[in-house]
Design a protein around this ligand. Structure first.
Ligand SMILES: [Zn+2]
Length: 220
């Protein structure tokens, strides 16, 4: 805790001043262009990763970067996404999974989270991911199996996102774009789903485009 308090002093003394003008502008309102949905994992820093500033990203985080589909029990996710899409008018939504995701490991090994009833229940929103992996990636194990699960989950959650009325409406209008990313913690690489290739490709080689529904497995 002391480390964090020391950090606040450092922020106020060294980091705030150069951004003071920006913060004063932001105090009058926010106009983020992107909704960034990612895992709660402490090893991900969306602003560091994208070199973005306060005011740039509207961020939604939870275990496993999960988006419960429309009609699921009332939760903060649908409200947060609706606000970003219908009130703030974000232009892009990124769902960003990551390597070594504990939530995805829990999905693969339900017994590991058996003593965590809220986690088990939450992961039911990724049951489609578990089923896709079980039925289509039986040849994989270890890290490769986790990678396939992380990637498939990003695609499944993008599909869940499309079921939300506010998102579906903006997609029909054509002014909202969905993107599926995976961040690799140990290398800093970010991969984006390329619907033409049907694969996740390095984001630097990827022309930003719509992450359209995929109809086949990804190659791990
Ligand atoms: Zn995670």
């Amino acid at each position: 805790m002391q480390k964090l308090i020391k950090g606040i002093h450092q922020f106020q003394e060294e980091n705030f001043r150069p951004l003071q003008g920006l913060f004063e502008k932001l105090s009058k309102g926010q106009n983020p262009e992107t909704l960034f949905i990612t895992c709660s994992d402490s090893r991900i820093d969306p602003n560091l990763l994208t070199q973005s500033q306060p005011g740039d990203l509207f961020i939604l985080r939870n275990a496993g970067n999960i988006v419960p589909p429309h009609g699921a029990a009332n939760g903060g996710e649908a409200a947060t996404i609706e606000f970003a899409v219908a009130a703030l008018g974000v232009k892009d939504i990124i769902i960003c999974g990551h390597s070594h995701c504990g939530a995805m490991k829990g999905l693969l090994e339900p017994e590991a989270v058996a003593t965590l009833p809220a986690v088990s229940s939450w992961l039911s929103h990724a049951e489609t991911t578990r089923r896709i992996v079980q039925d289509n990636y039986g040849h994989l194990e270890g890290d490769k199996l986790v990678t396939a699960t992380v990637e498939e989950n990003v695609l499944v959650q993008l599909e869940n996102l499309r079921t939300l009325p506010a998102v579906a409406s903006r997609l029909v209008k054509g002014d909202l774009h969905l993107h599926g990313w995976v961040y690799k913690i140990e290398t800093g690489d970010v991969f984006a789903y390329d619907s033409t290739e049907g694969q996740f490709v390095p984001v630097s080689q990827h022309q930003p485009s719509e992450a359209l529904s995929r109809r086949r497995t990804v190659t791990i």
